[in-house]
Design a binder for this molecule. Sequence first.
Ligand code: FAD
Ligand code: NAI
Length: 506
Amino acid sequence: RKLRWAFRLGYLSVLGGIALVGYNVYMDRHPEPQVEPDPSKKTLVILGTGWGSISLLKRLDTENYNVVVISPRNYFLFTPLLPSCTTGTVEHRSIMEPVRTILRQKKGRVTFYEAEASSIDPERKVVRIFDTSEIKGSTTETEVPYDMLVIGVGAENATFGIPGVREHSCFLKEIGDAQKIRKRIMDCVETAMFKDQSPEEIDRLLHMVVVGGGPTGVEFAGELQDFFQEDIKKLVPEIADRFRVTLIEALPNVLPMFSRQLIEYTERSFKEEKINIHTKTVVKKVNEKSVEAEVTRPDGTKETIVFPYGLLVWATGNAVRPVVRDLMSKIPAQKNSRRGLAVNEYLVVQGTRDIWAIGDCAVAGYAPTAQVAAQEGTFLARLFNNMAKTEALEEKIRHLSSSLNLEPGNSAEISQEIAELERKLRRIKDVKPFQYSHQGSLAYIGSEKAVADITWFNGNVAAAGSLTFLFWRSAYVSMCFSMRNKLLVINDWLKSKVFGRDLSRE
Ligand code: FAD
Ligand code: NAI
């Protein structure tokens, strides 16, 4: 009988789960009518549609402001699964969520402009924007005024001015980068198979070089080796012994933000997977078909090595975007800041009024990660919701105070109401400064293995291997933006496992 009850309970929870998913999907497709923007309210301009800005928008009570969002990307990109798109383990549209869908779920209507901000004038409180898309109308450049401005434009790829990087390598930051890499991997394979190709040329074409041993470079190298082992090798057996992946890192080890044991585990695992790691090796120049790097030998001597390559992926971290650099140059208080806009503990850009910065473009003392950007966005949403509530309460108190003179008969009741409102106001105004809560770091390292440094009851737990890989997958699928994203990603994983990855070159 117990078994029958357990079965019924399980059946009911599955039905409940399906009903909940169905309800969410239905509500997403049939949202409530929205409150129209009110011109008497403050204009809040948000730059960017990445981790920081979308987390802010998700929790912001948009009916309290005239919200304007400006970004050249009309979608949110779930970056943690971007390396998986380079090999087709996950399809690129599965990790994109259209901004229009996100904004339609808000109570108050939000204006969206697909454009790039080129400059910010903090004196006149305007943002200059221009259309970066292929199709242009008669107006391609204009200004947007703001009362409050949030800068969440992220960062661009660091090249350190090394010659040839921009011309010859692929980055891994945007969807277009992942598509370009996917296409090039197969192009290298097919070109290596071209009739009468020389052995040296085959070796060059099948040499995939990754520069930067941070999590982007490591995750990409792992995905690439999986692609080769699980699919390319089976379908193009002629290249089985010639395909090589090399990871070049300037520091003495890869993944410097992870604990020692996880670094060693990753390096061991890469060795088993036959991914060559060259540490203490700094790339100095990139040519069309080779990179030149300086390696420091154990005795301290330096030597230049040339790596011929077919595909070169450049993953050496972040640099400040031009719009941010331009704003920094206008603010004397930002003179000493190098890595982005220095902000105070409420994320206000130092030396400005009514400008906040979040995510990779802000320097608040934390690593440039999605986790930090998302928490900063959530913090600002709470702050702005509170500010709107404060203003509404102050207005109500002002109104009641003036009624005190007009209605002396009700003065006791009114005074009590004012006191109650003032208590509420004090509670709302008491917003604590931003504090980041680190949940841990996760990275995929290939061969269905992952490494994780998890924060657990004020301590740290380091884990690695196949179980950690399952944890990595479940953590990221649960973090995907929408139900649609979650289902698509799970479907992609099943598809690539059952049928293999798609080798066609689009
Ligand atoms: P972004 O998410 O980069 O968003 C910036 C937005 O601003 C974009 O919409 C962009 O189009 C827009 N924009 C750019 N220029 C302008 C302009 N001039 N005007 C207006 N808008 C503009 N972090 C983790 O914590 N965990 C991970 O697993 C992880 N994996 C990653 C994997 C990869 C491959 C990469 C590249 C990064 C990964 N990160 C990860 C880091 C994480 O993606 C970033 O820290 C995060 O995206 C920063 O959020 P953001 O909002 O500051 O910027
Ligand atoms: P990174 O800054 O973390 O690593 C870049 C690496 O490139 C550094 O180790 C640096 O020493 C090396 N490098 C720089 N110049 C070089 C040169 N000329 N030659 C050889 N090596 C060189 O950059 P990454 O990996 O792009 O990450 C950026 C941010 O995004 C980081 O904060 C990271 O934590 C976050 N991120 C997190 C992920 C995760 O948690 N799984 C995944 C991807 C990114």
